[in-house]
Design a protein around this ligand. Structure first.
Ligand code: PLP
Length: 335
């Protein structure tokens, strides 16, 4: 019987935990317990001192397992931790811990044919007894992994999104890093969007509310009518590794012009295709954007647009190992 993969939590054999105390990280270890006992005065609980990453392990056609650009996640995790005054994990140590965790859970990596993956969630939290608003002295760095399907459902089906009337992140705030607080702030609009039948909320820039920033917890990109890969640039956008990879693929494989420029919410007529991209979302085509009661429908709204489809096939092809690797993007897990 074919197993169905969704985006729900299932427990795997082990998860990684490492503790920081007296100014140093311990070796870290794999544990079976997926619960935690911690001080009720932990800074993560009261002040949101929490950071996370999202990455995946892919089963190749030859049965081996590989990671996609793990050093990029390591770099971003370090930057996120530093932004909220948490002790950094060196990039090598981060990747080593990810490999160790995946290797110990290797039978949870879904088969190649399922196109499902093992989602990997590294995180760091401030722990210990604290009261005042200051960085904690103690931290936990952990890695949990979960077999998953796609986040938004089949990639061929474009989704409808609605513009949010609240902001996700402040200018000069923490929008560019993966800290937990950003996502608590977006829960309300996301659930309202879903109640109204939309797949997610679309965020505009927090200063002028005229330019597209992100789609829920994914980056926004579009293919213009003249064939340019267009994605917005702003300090409150999270720098998606998926988006960065798509730009490289578009430029160097599909030989498309790339543009990082403002996308005005009231001027969408020059766009042929639109999509959301990220590790969880992969590439999800966007059929329409609703703003102030007006629905803009993209020409490629019934099924995935032809350029988005090519990008999807190249990206997932590299991730799963069907398409030759691009400049050492993938890292095999040797069992
Ligand atoms: C994680 C995340 C993304 C996607 O980043 P990837 O590195 O591609 O997974 C995009 N936007 C937000 C807000 C995110 O948290």
């Amino acid at each position: 019987m074919e197993k169905k993969y969704g985006f729900a939590y299932t427990k795997t054999h082990v998860n990684f935990v490492s503790y920081y105390k007296n100014g140093a990280w311990d070796e870290g270890q794999l544990v079976n317990d997926d619960t935690l006992t911690l001080s009720k005065m932990s800074t993560s609980l009261h002040y949101g001192q929490e950071a996370f990453e999202g990455m995946k392990a892919y089963r190749r056609p030859d049965g081996d397992v590989q990671l996609f650009r793990p050093y990029e996640n390591a770099k971003r995790f370090k930057m996120t931790c530093e932004r909220i005054m948490m002790p950094a994990i060196e990039e090598e140590a981060f990747v080593r811990a990810v490999i160790k965790t995946v290797r110990a859970n290797i039978d949870f990596v879904p088969p190649y044919d399922s196109r499902a993956t093992l989602y990997i969630r590294p995180y760091m939290i401030g722990i210990g007894h604290n009261l005042g608003l200051k960085p904690s002295n103690e931290y936990l760095f952990g890695i949990v992994c979960v077999p998953v399907g796609t986040y938004f459902g089949p990639a061929s089906k474009p989704v409808d999104v609605i513009v949010s009337d609240v902001d996700r992140a402040a200018p000069n705030g923490t929008g560019h890093v993966k800290v937990g607080g950003n996502y608590a702030a977006s829960l309300m609009v996301q659930s309202r969007a879903k109640q109204m039948g939309y797949a997610d909320a679309l965020f505009l820039d927090p200063i002028s509310h005229t330019k597209i920033e992100e789609v829920g917890a994914a980056n926004f990109f579009a293919i213009t009518k003249d064939g340019t890969y267009l994605t917005p640039m702003s300090p409150s956008i999270l720098k998606s590794i998926t988006n960065m990879s798509l730009m490289t693929i578009a430029e160097h494989v599909l030989h498309m012009p790339i543009s990082r420029d403002d996308i005005l919410i009231d001027h969408l007529d020059h766009l042929e295709e639109a999509g959301a991209c990220g590790t969880a979302a992969i590439i999800t085509p966007i059929a329409s954007i609703t703003h102030h009661g007006k629905k803009h429908v993209f020409p490629a709204h019934e099924t995935i647009g032809k350029t988005t489809k090519k990008l999807y096939e190249l990206l997932t092809g590299i991730q799963f190992g069907d398409v030759p690797d691009f400049d050492h993007w993938t890292l095999k897990i040797i069992e």
